[in-house]
Design a protein around this ligand. Sequence first.
Ligand SMILES: [Fe+2]
Length: 200
Amino acid sequence: MRRDLKEIKEQIASTDKTDRASVPTLGERFRFLSTVYRAHEEGEERFLFPAIDAKVPGASQVYVAAHRRIDGLRDTISGVFSGGEVVKLEALLSELDFVADAHLDQEENELFPLCDSHIAPPDQGVIFEKMAANVPQEFAHDVLGWMIKLQSQDDREGFLMFQMKFSPRPVFQGVRSVAKEVLSKAEWTDLTKRIPELMS
Ligand SMILES: [Fe+2]
């Protein structure tokens, strides 16, 4: 999510603000990213936050507040992409990037360690499975492709190795076929050299 938003922000920064020609494409990309953000928020608010609040009352308040601030900025930016003043996009995207970065940092540095100390690993596994299942199946395919495209080759190798070792075979085969579909021939060939099992 961080990488995609930064790329959109950089592309808008280098766009001629008087020329709307490239803006619709970036608007589509931003709408997809917004859907991913929304799925992140819904999954946390439905399954993770109630679990941590049950152990540490009120612990999720700061994260819910950040979600609502991010929602507001997302709505404003979507409105601009749909026909507002393009010149405002750069500042708005920078603000969203700053707020979303701070939120994700805080979750990684404070919320997840808090979960580790109060929620047993098997219970965490159940919560993360519910969060993943909360994403509609047809959308999950697009999110997976989006994520793989944004990864570096080293990230892709690590991700596919992890899936190969820990996911049921049909799930791994599904991930493998999405990776093959979204990557260039050269990228896929390189991965099959790194992980020969991808060819089987
Ligand atoms: Fe969050």
